[in-house]
Design a protein around this ligand. Structure first.
Ligand SMILES: [Zn+2]
Length: 300
């Protein structure tokens, strides 16, 4: 049995769903609420970890894109380190932090070679991947839907312009929006959670680019701009506004549109996806101040 999150992170050269379960097992010994917000296409529980009882509600999620699974151990290491903060109890009285550490568990397992030819979806996955058994470039869920293009925020516009122009309007390793907004069980349960909890701020962890996205359609709630500038200063990450026609159907797009509250995408690290897991330690060092100061946005 593993004793710490670090032991699990450094045990194997990948971080799949089974490593998440090991971490949850370790965290269950701490003061933390653990639950499930729903199930993935292949029936895996999508876990939520809850810390704090404060009035300011923050949501973070990771591994929406399968080949960005390094964001899951980043957020779990972060949780583990939170417990050691001298001001942990005080922080817990100010904020409620809900973390969904792996929103796309099937996709992550596919990238980590944990999905084998014995499941009936496999032949279709191979077909979608052009008969390449190396799935390291896969971003989508197991239905070939890019979850960060499946939210109802300019969804149809995305489908009729970018998808159509790039010839990606069919299930594929990346960029396919799905038939309908929130067509996937993973996005459905995440949207339901956000509506139910009515968060004050959400942040989605992705790789890579060392940038913070904070606008939707060229706009951002006033509070977002203030927080984004503060986070940029702390982390050294650039603030970036996507090209107006690429700010479509993403999780933070939908959150800003529907709630008019701060929604961020953090693009951690630099390089090519998937980032090298050997560089976890330096990536974590880079991400830590950004994540920690996001919690302190309640003061802004
Ligand atoms: Zn991503």
């Amino acid at each position: 049995m593993y004793m710490s999150i670090e032991d699990i992170i450094y045990a194997v050269p990948h971080f799949s769903y089974s490593e998440l379960l090991e971490c949850i097992n370790v965290l269950s010994r701490k003061k933390i609420n653990i639950g499930s917000i729903g199930k993935s296409v292949l029936g895996k529980d999508i876990y939520i970890l809850k810390i704090g009882k404060g009035p300011y509600k923050i949501h973070m999620n990771a591994s929406m894109h399968a080949n960005e699974w390094i964001t899951t151990p980043i957020i779990l290491q972060f949780i583990s380190d939170l417990f050691n903060l001298p001001y942990y109890d005080e922080l817990c009285s100010k904020i409620s932090l809900d973390i969904v550490p792996m929103i796309n568990p099937d996709g992550v397992d596919l990238v980590c070679n944990k999905i084998h030819s014995d499941i009936h979806e496999y032949s279709n996955l191979l077909f979608l991947n052009r008969y390449n058994r190396d799935f390291s470039d896969w971003k989508s869920n197991i239905n070939g839907v890019d979850l960060n293009r499946n939210f109802p925020a300019n969804f149809w516009r995305y489908k009729s312009t970018i998808s159509y122009q790039n010839n990606t309007d069919f299930p594929s390793p990346k960029y396919y929006s799905g038939e309908l907004p929130l067509s996937e069980p993973e996005t459905k349960c995440l949207a339901k959670l956000c509506r139910y909890r009515n968060y004050d701020l959400v942040a989605a962890l992705h790789t890579q680019g060392q940038v913070i996205y904070y606008t939707y359609n060229g706009n951002a709630p006033i509070k977002s701009v203030k927080i984004a500038k503060f986070l940029s200063k702390i982390s050294g990450y650039e603030l970036e506004e996507p090209e107006p026609d690429s700010s479509y159907a993403g999780f933070k797009d939908w959150f800003i549109q529907d709630f008019n509250k701060p929604g961020f995408t953090f693009e951690l690290g630099k390089g090519e996806n998937p980032l090298n897991y050997n560089e976890f330690t330096s990536l974590y060092k880079e991400a830590y101040p950004l994540l920690l100061n996001t919690l302190f946005s309640y003061e802004k």
